[in-house]
Design a protein around this ligand. Structure first.
Ligand SMILES: [Zn+2]
Length: 134
């Protein structure tokens, strides 16, 4: 007796699919509800090893960032950009991503609303200023 199992998407693929629709996939520890962004095998708080996946809105506020004006190899497709750490509105996790078009701190005050719009194979999460928020 054999059972055909459908190939499950890897968690990285699921994360990327979510990012492309503006969401962030987070692992939540089933035991202590700790939220963990990366795929991990053990909860860093209680060492439990079972998680459920929770999908949050990929929106937040800029916490800190680094502007890269000297473009490293592999980033020739963008002129200047910032590596941004933002705090997610829905769960308070800090997430980092890539925000093109930032060349000076005047472009990106701390607290600027930001949202995930895509996932780039090289750069990771692609962010955009959330201009709709007044
Ligand atoms: Zn835990």
């Amino acid at each position: 007796m054999s059972k055909v199992q459908t190939q499950k998407q890897s968690s990285r693929e699921q994360f990327i699919d979510c990012a492309k629709t503006g969401k962030i996939l987070v692992n939540q520890c089933k035991k202590c509800d700790n939220l963990i962004l990366e795929t991990v095998y053990f909860c860093d708080k209680c060492f439990n090893n079972s998680f459920k996946q929770v999908i949050f809105n990929g929106k937040g506020k800029v916490v800190t960032y680094t502007i890269q004006s000297v473009v490293p190899e592999g980033f020739e497709d963008v002129a200047s950009y910032a590596w941004v750490v933002f705090k997610m509105d829905d769960c308070g996790l800090n997430v980092s991503g890539f925000l093109p078009g930032i060349s000076s701190p005047a472009d990106l005050p701390l607290g600027t609303p930001i949202k995930v719009i895509d996932f780039h194979d090289k750069h990771g999460l692609v962010l955009k200023k959330d201009e709709n928020i007044l």
